[in-house]
Design a protein around this ligand. Sequence first.
Ligand code: PAF
Length: 281
Amino acid sequence: MEIISIVKQMQTHSEQTRQLDHTIGFVPTMGFLHEGHLSLIHDARKRADEVVVSIFVNPTQFGPGEDLEAYPRDLPRDIELIRQEGADIVFTPKPEELYPKNFQTFVELEKLPAHLCGISRPTHFRGVATVVTKLFNIVKPHVAVFGQKDFQQLAVIRRMVQDLNFDIEIIGAPTVREPDGLAMSSRNTYLTNEQRVSGLSLYQSLQKVQELLKNGIKNTEELIKAASELIQSYPETQIDYVSICDPDTLEDLPIIDRPALMALAVKVGKTRLIDNMILNP
Ligand code: PAF
């Protein structure tokens, strides 16, 4: 496995891979890998001749006061995990090369970021769309794999790829959970033992709503109320949003009469957790 940190070297390598008619599968990450990331690498491995994993804590997707500095990092451990998973290249660009002085070009979507996480993180998806565009231009993948845990991010990237005619197949891979249901996230490491228990309220509320729906309750106001009450019954939880919406537009649905996305973000202590599930009537 090769480690590449220079943009030009990565571009040249990818160009050569393409000239050999080999396909490139790409998994962009911010590092501090867990089983969820490894499942994305595993998926990419099945789809492409060469697998590139990037590790870059992207400053433009963090808002003021968010956890950019505190974001967990462990490059040697990440590299070892990626090696074990059978990837070919780890791309670790430097912030000063991706965002040189006087950087001023951003990719911004008009509608999708106005919902869900975009309400409390108004510049987040602009940062994600920009860095993913840059990484696509550097790694030149044929296929890229993203986790469905960040459902809105996946929707934003799919839309951007279509709107900007990127010739890249986007794959959404299922959320990987701890045995008790907590969705895996690098940010879970911030949680104390007590907060981790409160973190289970996200998955439990998704399951509760699924159960209520099975029993015939389709009114989303009622379902959101039940989910919110469950979450609030746990200590240190503060709901950012609980939404039941159209999976394509992310616009709220009053009633579940077709497949709907239930998505939620909850602060547990200072840690913001997200989760989601598709609800079928
Ligand atoms: O999902 C992530 O880890 C990040 O948002 C991504 C896609 C690597 C962009 O920085």
